[in-house]
Design a binder for this molecule. Structure first.
Ligand code: NAD
Length: 495
């Protein structure tokens, strides 16, 4: 048993007795407790963030970059510790957890380029003896609220860039797996970050409401489910905050009759069942075009039923448990509704039993055929290892299906035809699009974000979008006249 406290001004602190259990999803047992931040903790976090930001914003970008470089090295040295914390509290396999830490690390790597990334534009002689240039300045105190499914990577989409830009950052991680963010905060201090620049506060709705209601916080970055994203977006905007709120998803993968079927099947298996389907970029709908459907379904089902479902400590595990018993019950409800709505259940993961882990929240790979628009399993995000196959006659029907869905996070196509690929990437109303890749997650130096109900706000995360989000643009117009003569002007100056 261990406990996890808030990390404020470089120290582990808790002024409250309110806490929640940390559960190991593989065993269903309580392994720790997380202390929630109360009013006093939050006030201390705000005060230290404000004080630290005043001096941090004056540290030169090059010096900030050096601290980020050290932080990157420390993450590399501690990758095993960080990944184990992710696997223990989330349940995903250790290799998958390591991959997620590395994808977060790549954002730190990107942020080390901050002296270059902050460069503005310069125009000499915009008027007689007048020059003009733009600079990007920090916002002040920024905040992030993150989901359970990527306890290392999603926070790292946010705080390294915000801090590199000269802001301070208050992180509110998921209360289900809070340990990793504390380890990251400790490593950042070890790298030389002044205390208070990065604070971590724990809790659920009440601390989130404090963050979005605070007049001292300039921006909120959120990643989580769509209903909460909408709430964060509207409430933060009411309090004059800049906000980016990324929500849920329902990602479609189209397989054309001319696709390489082996590659498509392997892509689908990993993308649908990896991390037990608890990824916002998981493939949850396969759209089989024309006569490829039967062969595709047979191949996917054969592979899926042989997946090794096991706890993360088993190195041969390919898929771990769901996050909680409540979430497992929700996914099982979806499966029942799929059966009731007339979809054909071809693989049923509900009765899986893992010896020694009978109380873990495991659910085996589940596949539905003949899924149609309007069914609950088609319209909603399930966030579990449940794959739906929809049969369509042609490419146009596939695109129409994707474009009419309320979510717009990711979508991919498998095809050997360049024209089809081009039509797809140009015309689908989706934020992140793949061709012959199952999960088109942008690298750190590009930006991550969906469309429609998958993102509220104007900016995606990381890459240049991250730099724009965490800075205010200032444009300077400067005149150095040679002589002393001046006179008032009453009309708009023109050239
Ligand atoms: P969630 O929305 O339940 O929680 C996200 C965060 O919001 C947590 O920190 C939680 O404590 C807080 N929260 C929960 N309910 C709240 C409320 N009523 N008011 C204020 N704050 C609240 O999401 P989750 O279950 O942790 O994560 C899974 C969801 O996240 C899925 O929908 C998934 O698609 C989404 N997700 C999206 C992306 C993306 O980039 N679009 C990435 C990862 C996860």
């Amino acid at each position: 048993m261990y406990n996890v406290k808030n990390f404020i001004n470089g120290k582990l602190i808790s002024n409250s007795s309110e806490k929640s259990d940390i559960i190991d999803p593989s065993t269903g047992e309580k392994i720790g407790e997380v202390f929630f931040a109360n009013e006093t903790d939050f006030r201390e976090a705000l005060q230290s963030s404000q004080k630290a930001q005043n001096s941090w914003s004056k540290v030169t970008p090059l010096r900030r970059s050096r601290i980020l470089s050290k932080f990157k090295s420390l993450i590399e040295e501690n990758i095993e510790v960080l990944a184990k914390a992710v696997s223990l509290e989330h349940g995903k396999t250790l290799e998958d957890a390591k991959g997620s830490v590395i994808r977060g690390l790549e954002v730190v790597e990107f942020a080390t380029g901050i002296p270059h990334l902050l460069k503005g534009e310069y125009s000499a002689d915009v008027g007689t003896e007048i020059d003009s240039w733009s600079i990007r300045q920090p916002l002040g105190i920024t905040a992030g609220i993150t989901p359970f499914n990527f306890p290392a990577m999603v926070p790292m989409w946010m705080f390294p860039i915000s801090i590199a830009c000269g802001n301070s950052f208050i992180l509110k991680p998921s209360e289900k797996n809070p340990s990793c963010s504390i380890k990251l905060a400790e490593l950042f201090i070890e790298a030389g970050l002044p205390p208070g620049v990065f604070n971590v506060v724990h809790g659920s709705k009440s601390i989130v409401d404090r963050i979005i209601g605070s007049k001292d916080i300039s921006s909120v970055s959120f990643v989580g489910s769509t209903p909460v994203a909408k709430y964060i977006y509207s409430e933060s905007a009411k309090n004059n905050k800049r906000v980016q709120a990324l929500g849920g998803a329902k990602n479609h993968l189209v397989v054309m009759p001319d696709a390489n079927i082996g590659q498509a099947v392997d892509g689908i298996i990993g993308a649908a069942f990896g991390s037990a389907g608890e990824r916002c970029m998981a493939v949850s709908v396969v759209v089989a075009v024309g006569n490829i459907a039967d062969e595709l379904l047979e191949n996917i089902t054969n592979k899926a039923q042989n997946l090794k479902v096991a706890p993360w400590i088993d190195e041969t595990s390919e898929m771990g448990p769901l996050i909680s018993s409540a979430h497992k019950a929700k996914v099982v409800n979806f499966i029942e509704s799929g059966i009731k709505d007339g979809a054909k259940l071809v693989l049923d993961g509900r009765n899986i039993k893992i010896q020694g882990y009978e109380n873990g929240f495991f659910l085996g790979p589940t596949i539905f055929d003949k899924v149609k628009k309007g069914m609950s399993i088609y319209e909603n995000e399930i966030f579990g290892p449940v794959l739906s196959l929809v049969r369509v006659n042609n490419f146009e029907e596939a695109i129409e299906l994707i474009n009419n869905h309320s979510y717009g996070n990711g979508s991919s196509i498998y095809t050997s035809n360049g024209v089809t690929s081009r039509e797809f990437t140009a015309n689908c109303k989706i934020g992140m699009v793949g061709v012959n890749v199952p999960i088109p997650v942008p690298m750190a130096f590009h930006s991550f974000g969906g469309w429609k109900q998958s993102l509220f706000g104007d900016h995606s995360m990381h890459g240049m979008e991250g730099i724009r989000f965490y800075t205010k643009l200032k444009t300077v117009t400067s005149k150095w006249p040679k002589g002393n003569i001046s006179h008032p002007e009453f009309k708009m100056p023109t050239n």
